[in-house]
Ligand binder design. Structure first.
Ligand code: CMP
Length: 143
């Protein structure tokens, strides 16, 4: 079964959007296989955002992502990476289509509610950074 890594960022948590985001994913037919609420340690932020480490926005991104708790998840489902990318919408909420999470719920590129892996390889890498294998639980979902 395909898996992806999703993370509700501090702005989404502080605005009380955890339930709204999870409700959309579950209603679509995707299945949560792991979930935890935590302050991200610097070491994992550096690994997770390694490709952006040299970008001018990185210091702001890092301090924002460590400014409050995040809700980290693994979701399973057919083509889950592509499906969740579509549901999340463009990185810049101003360009995200209405009906997407960012299109409906966000205004700023730096505070865009949720992160989702952008490929199967990235999903494997990001799940490995944030979850131990025993934290991921497979079970039957009634559809
Ligand atoms: P995310 O999907 O978590 O992956 C990288 C993040 O960097 C992205 O969402 C944005 O929140 C952030 N980001 C990308 N471009 C910019 C930018 N120009 N200014 C601030 N943050 C950015």
């Amino acid at each position: 079964m395909d898996r992806t890594f999703l993370m509700i960022k501090p702005d989404g948590v502080q605005r009380g959007l955890i339930g709204e985001v999870i409700a959309r994913l579950e209603a679509k037919g995707l299945k949560m296989a792991a979930g935890k609420f935590e302050m991200l340690p610097e070491e994992r932020v550096m690994k997770h955002y390694a490709e952006h480490a040299e970008k001018p926005f990185f210091p702001g991104l890092k301090s924002y992502i460590m400014s409050g708790p995040c809700f980290l998840m693994v979701f399973e489902g057919k083509d889950v990476v592509a499906v969740t990318r579509k549901m999340i919408g463009s990185t810049n909420p101003a360009e995200a289509e209405p009906g997407t999470i960012r299109g409906d719920l966000a205004m700023e590129i730096g505070m865009n509610v949720i992160h989702g892996s952008d490929s199967n390889e990235t999903a494997k890498r990001e799940i490995g950074i944030h979850f131990r294998p025993e934290e991921i639980i497979s079970y039957e979902r009634a559809d």
